[in-house]
Design a protein. Structure first.
Length: 84
C-alpha cells in the first residue's frame, strides 16, 4: 500500500521512485514501521521530536521534499527523484 501510494504520488508530480530496489525496499519498510509504531508515515530519514506540529512536517511526502528534489535531484530519504 505504501509503495502504491508513493508511486501514484510520484507519477502525479512528475517524479520517479528510487530505481535501486534494495534501497527502495528499505525506505518503504521504514515508512511502514513508522506508520505501525507512530500512526503516521514519518520519513524514516528524519528524527521525530516531542513537538507534534514539527512532526507534521515530516510525514511523507514531507514539506521539504520538493525543495530537495529541485536542489539535489532527489529528496533526503532518496525515495523520490526528479523525473525526466
Amino acid at each position: 500500500m505504501i509503495y502504491e501510494s508513493s508511486k501514484k504520488y510520484a507519477n502525479k508530480k512528475g517524479y520517479k521512485l528510487n530505481s535501486d530496489t534494495e534501497m527502495l525496499d528499505i525506505i518503504i519498510d521504514g515508512l511502514a514501521k513508522n506508520q505501525e509504531k507512530c500512526g503516521k508515515r514519518y520519513c524514516p530519514c528524519r528524527v521525530l521530536t516531542n513537538d507534534e506540529e514539527e512532526n507534521k512536517k515530516i510525514v511523507c511526502p514531507c514539506v521539504f521534499h520538493e525543495e530537495e528534489i529541485e536542489a539535489h535531484g532527489m529528496c533526503h530519504c532518496a525515495l523520490f527523484f526528479k523525473g525526466k
